[in-house]
Ligand binder design. Structure first.
Ligand SMILES: [Zn+2]
Ligand SMILES: [Zn+2]
Length: 435
């Protein structure tokens, strides 16, 4: 196959308006492709003169994305459109050049994975062959039994458990956020500010929330050490690089819970099921609420995936981390109640649910479930609790793959699949040891 080379159209016009940060691009016309002998669409710069990401860097990624999309798309124009859209997403998720590069590299990896999968006829990773040998989920289910959290461990890890007196209510034993006694005061989980709310939970004053989402990273510099935020490279103490209209809090309401039920008595109907689960949440006036849920089966296929409309007024979609925007949830009428009903239709009390720190997901789903395999427990941090390895640490170490760049939104299907793959890997390793 011919090597993809692309040529950047010379800038004929630069929009110098500081207001217009809108990116426009010319639809890839066949003539321009022929003229420049390029196989990638050309990105026309229209940003403010001092853009956060150099135009030639962006064009390079447009080219590379195009190359990948051309492997899976027969229509060239479709590949062009997709590549431009992909680049646009990467660009929108990046605050600076450094972050752009890391997000773009991850996006490219994902696309390469996808085209590799497509090339192999949908055969995912080498665990698939292993799985086929296991004949059905029952063998996997039995192998995973050793990893199911004990009741003590569930409590210790702050999983929601049935409230002893109130039906439909959960209790968190390790809840350490109860320090706040004033019911009309909240502490912002982003910037740490205290803010006042009305009886209904609405903000009394409109105050901006200004913070750094990154961590302080120490760097050696001539003459000493300096600490900079990982998000924006700003020096420690610099004003926040992220500004939101309002403060948010991350309380989880503990009512409206449903329990998974034992399977109907009768002849054994086979495996109770093994699924991996990941959720996204957004900030509402009542704290954290579910905005998306995805379940993946042991074949790494998505079996359930839906956006969810939160019950209460949304303050912030948490788009940077969740990848979810208002458009995703707006016009979606799936309620938490409906999600619960659907889940209970195929998940019983014996179904194994796999996830990474699944306690928050179960709280968001308002689901009481005791048969849990938690990858943060199966693969513990060498320093022990409260230290935990991130899912990204684990996939990099065990699956040799990078996912979930912190600046870019999570992909629930990718995260859920990663947890499933980690457990498939673990079970496979156990099998090796037994021999
Ligand atoms: Zn910052
Ligand atoms: Zn705040």
């Amino acid at each position: 196959s011919s090597q993809v080379t692309s040529v950047l159209t010379p800038m004929s016009q630069v929009n110098t308006s500081t207001v217009a940060v809108k990116q426009i691009y010319h639809p890839p016309a066949v003539t321009s492709v022929q003229r420049y002998r390029t196989t990638a669409p050309v990105l026309i710069p229209c940003e403010a003169p001092k853009d956060k990401v150099p135009h030639d860097l962006r064009q390079r990624y447009v080219n590379m994305f195009t190359e990948e999309f051309l492997k899976t798309t027969t229509n060239v124009n479709d590949a062009f459109e997709k590549a431009l859209a992909e680049e646009r997403t990467v660009y929108n998720r990046s605050v600076n050049k450094l972050k752009y590069q890391s997000v773009a590299v991850n996006a490219l990896k994902r696309l390469k994975n996808q085209s590799a999968v497509a090339a192999k006829g949908g055969n995912l990773w080498k665990t698939q062959t292993f799985l086929n040998k296991m004949s059905d989920d029952m063998a996997l289910y039995d192998s995973l039994k050793d990893y199911i959290l004990t009741e003590e461990r569930l409590i210790e890890s702050n999983y929601p458990v049935q409230h002893p007196e109130k039906p439909g209510c959960a209790i968190l034993f390790a809840d350490n956020k109860k320090g706040n006694t004033d019911s009309l005061k909240r502490i912002c989980c982003r910037c740490g500010a205290t803010f006042s709310v009305s009886q209904t939970g609405k903000h009394i004053r409109k105050e901006e929330c200004n913070y750094h989402y990154g961590k302080g990273v120490k760097n050696k510099v001539p003459g000493g050490v300096e600490t900079r935020y990982s998000c924006c490279e700003g020096v420690m103490g610099a004003p926040g690089c992220q500004v939101f209209k309002l403060h948010v809090h991350d309380s989880l309401s503990l009512d409206g819970f449903v329990s998974t039920l034992p399977r109907h008595p009768g002849p054994d109907t086979g495996c109770p099921g093994v699924y991996s689960l990941d959720c996204e949440m957004c900030y509402t006036i009542h704290g954290l609420e579910l905005s998306r849920v995805t379940l993946v089966n042991s074949g790494l296929q998505v079996v359930y995936d839906t956006f969810v409309r939160p019950d209460n007024e949304v303050i912030d979609y948490n788009t940077r981390f969740s990848g979810i925007s208002e458009e995703d949830v707006k016009g979606n009428h799936t309620s938490l109640r409906e999600v619960q009903e659907t889940l209970l239709s195929f998940i019983s009390a014996d179904t194994i649910l796999i996830g990474h720190s699944l306690e928050t997901d179960l709280c968001a789903l308002k689901l009481l479930h005791g048969t849990v395999v938690d990858t943060s427990v199966v693969f513990p941090h060498r320093l022990g609790l409260p230290h935990k390895l991130t899912l990204n640490n684990l996939t990099a170490e065990y699956l040799r793959r990078i996912i979930q760049e912190s600046v870019c939104g999570h992909d629930t299907a990718e995260d859920a699949a990663a947890c499933m793959e980690l457990m498939l890997w673990k079970v496979k390793e156990d099998g090796k040891l037994k021999k």
